[in-house]
Design a protein around this ligand. Structure first.
Ligand code: COA
Length: 258
């Protein structure tokens, strides 16, 4: 079904592995097409409650956009390519099912940008993050200049953007770019264990939390107003009635996403 992705669905978690290990999982046009399609699958498949994105092999999450596709591009094509990448990553960020990046090695350029479009990140000890585009006479084009500032602050972000320096997993943890650093062979189990907890919560409330948190960075929306609206909407859901009843009856809530 996908040329460049491996997908497995278990316990309502869709695990997506970007599968071009011989090119360190670099993002080419085929990966973009597959990502567009897999996001549609995530949105439409009710069995999918949450998602893990990782890279094939033990060396790289994604080592960037595929540089071999850059040489032949003119300016108009480059703009279209950046716009396409931004649109895909924005769809991921706005997805109301949680998407976690399990960063298993190099997350450079478009790979760092992909990880930042996920809702949060977990890294293995060998992970390395960076935006090395200035080495190529370029800048990030898939939202990296914006999300890096949002996630780690302007001073650290500008230093990384203009030096092309890589940071290791523990520095990424210290910067708040990743939530956890674990041994490589524990990376996916850590991600699954966090998502098991998340998947036991009310799906519509999870979706509302993501929408409200995203509103912080959306100038067209007042996040406080959105929060009030979403809070009110929760009172129309069966899950809110179930959650509050279960608490009062001292039992575990069983949510239906309704
Ligand atoms: N685009 C296309 N091919 C890439 C790639 C990318 N972003 N990153 C790695 N590859 C390819 C290499 O060309 C090489 O292919 P080959 O075996 O056919 O020559 C293969 O993946 C393995 O990479 P290699 O460079 O040999 O591994 P390394 O361990 O020596 O170095 C990196 C690892 C990540 C430091 C290095 O590959 C690198 O700097 N990649 C580019 C990172 C980058 O600038 N990304 C931003 C792009 S905008």
């Amino acid at each position: 079904m996908y040329q460049t992705l491996l997908t497995t669905l278990g316990n309502n978690v869709l695990t997506i592995t970007i599968n071009r290990p011989e090119k360190l999982n670099a993002l080419n046009k085929d990966v973009f097409t597959d990502l567009e399609n897999v996001i549609t699958e995530i949105e439409q498949n009710e069995e999918v409650r949450s998602v893990i994105i990782t890279g094939a092999g033990s060396k790289a999450f994604v080592a960037g956009a595929d540089i071999t596709e850059f040489n032949s591009l003119n300016k108009g094509q480059a703009v279209a390519m950046a716009k396409r990448g931004q649109d895909i990553f924005s769809r991921m960020e706005r997805c109301t099912k949680p998407i976690v990046a399990a960063v298993n090695g190099f997350a450079l350029g478009g790979g760092c940008e992909l990880s930042m479009a996920c809702h949060f990140r977990i890294a293995s000890e060998n992970a390395r993050f960076g935006q090395p585009e200035v080495n190529l006479g370029l800048i990030p084009g898939y939202g990296g200049t914006q999300r890096l500032v949002q996630l780690i602050g302007k001073g650290r972000a500008i230093e990384l953007l203009i030096s092309a320096n890589m940071i290791d997993a523990n520095t990424a943890l210290q910067y708040g770019l990743v939530n956890y650093v674990v041994k490589q062979d524990e990376l996916l189990s850590k991600a699954r264990s966090i998502l098991e907890t998340i998947n036991s919560k009310a799906p519509l409330a999870i979706a509302a939390c993501i929408k409200a948190a995203n509103a912080v960075y959306d100038e067209t929306v007042n996040g406080f107003d959105l929060e009030v609206k979403e809070f009110g909407d929760c009172f129309d859901t069966e899950d809110m009635k179930e959650g509050t009843a279960a608490f009062l009856e001292k039992r575990k809530a069983l949510f239906k996403g309704k």
